[in-house]
Design a protein around this ligand. Structure first.
Ligand SMILES: Nc1ncnc2c1ncn2[C@@H]1O[C@H](COP(=O)(O)OP(=O)(O)OP(=O)(O)O)[C@@H](O)[C@H]1O
Ligand SMILES: [Mg+2]
Length: 344
């Protein structure tokens, strides 16, 4: 069997859910072209989100979280090959026109990435930067847009007297709050936040993720939140997807995934990140020996087999699917395969 035959397909039981999904990702693959080779960084990811759903994505560095997030909105450079389907309100973002895609990026699904300083324009006040998309997209007067911008900034804890300040006049945490306000400006249905707080100190990180979670809860915006911190994700998101070597290996309600993981990788990961926001643990998680395989090294069977304390011979060659593992849960481990006897 080659790695190409290893599947990570949506479960048949999810068909009813996907029909009403805001976002339905089906068998997403993203490969980078590197020195004449094709490196598969995301290898068949499928999941769906209903309006208002919050999904946390966890996994060690290099597991393909950012590549997956960028792939959803075709934000990769020309070096990446993307295939599969990304249905956003039923429209496939991987095949739609660039002008439709721009419209979706503008008002349907916004992204918040790390590094607010580089994303904000240094020579324009934060007010101007939030007003502009509101005026352009919602076709309201400058005065009305200003009122909405003030409200948004207030909701992220930036007082209106500071609206006419420039980005460099704010702290890192405040700038990240401004980015969140900008992401909310055109009332998107989905926010994709990829490590929006990694550069900030631990307390500010937790506050900002809480704030984002609260804002999306209030407005029923769906969110995909990526951080390396499993416990923080479990606290702020309803569901968790754990990625390993370019695939989702476990998916389910956050608390259950954290409290009773079905996949040995999730178990190792939850032990490895006992505290909130320890940046060092991201690259070398405590108690998880070895490294994830590089995309070019992934072979047959389970990609985690080489590091797994529960590995069996079958894991090295078996076909890995995301098998049902209880209500709303799935895991790509032979131990949960229906005919295995259910030892997990
Ligand atoms: N532009 C690129 N060109 C080639 N390979 C890339 C590129 N970006 C990422 N990769 C590779 O793809 C794999 C997945 O990277 P990605 O950045 O998606 O991981 P991640 O899970 O977001 O990691 P982190 O937690 O460090 O942000 C890695 O092996 C990485 O080296
Ligand atoms: Mg990343």
């Amino acid at each position: 069997m080659t790695t190409d035959t290893v599947k990570n397909e949506p479960l048949a039981t999810e068909d009813a859910e996907t029909a009403s999904a805001l976002l339905d990702v089906r068998d997403l693959h993203v490969s980078y072209r590197q020195g004449g080779r094709t490196v598969p960084a995301v290898r068949g990811v499928s999941f769906s989100l209903a309006p208002g759903d919050t999904l946390g994505i966890a996994g060690e560095s290099g597991c393909g979280k950012s590549t997956m997030a960028l792939g959803l909105l075709r934000l990769h450079g020309a070096k990446a090959q993307v295939s599969g389907e990304v249905l956003f309100r039923g429209e496939d973002l991987l095949t739609t026109t660039w002008s439709r895609l721009r419209a979706v990026r503008w008002a349907g699904a916004s992204v918040v990435f790390q590094g607010a300083m580089s994303a904000l324009n240094p020579v324009r006040t934060v007010l101007e930067q939030i007003v502009e998309p509101i005026v352009l997209h919602d076709k309201v007067s400058a005065k009305e847009a200003e009122r909405r911008a003030a409200e948004l900034l207030d909701s992220v804890g930036i007082p209106s007297r500071r609206m006419r300040s420039y980005p460099h006049e704010f702290s890192g945490g405040q700038r990240q709050r401004v980015m969140i306000a900008m992401a909310l400006a055109c009332r998107p249905d989905l926010i994709i936040a990829d490590e929006p707080t990694t550069a900030l100190d631990v307390m500010v990180q937790a506050q900002i993720l809480e704030l984002l979670a609260e804002l999306v809860r209030e407005s029923r915006i769906a969110v995909i939140m990526i951080t390396h911190d499993l416990s923080l994700l479990a606290h702020t998101c309803d569901r968790l997807a754990v990625m390993y070597a370019g695939r989702i290996v476990e998916l389910g309600p956050s608390r259950q995934v954290l409290d009773s993981p079905k996949h040995p990788y999730t178990r190792a990961l939850s032990r490895a990140f006992p505290t909130i926001g320890d940046p060092a643990s991201r690259l070398a998680p405590a108690g998880l020996a070895g490294d994830p395989p590089r995309p070019s090294e992934v072979g047959d069977g389970c990609a985690f087999a080489a590091r797994c304390s529960e590995v069996t011979e079958a894991c090295r060659t078996g076909e890995m699917l995301l098998w049902p593992a209880g209500p709303g849960r799935s895991a790509a481990c032979l131990r949960v395969r229906p005919d295995h006897g259910g030892t997990s």
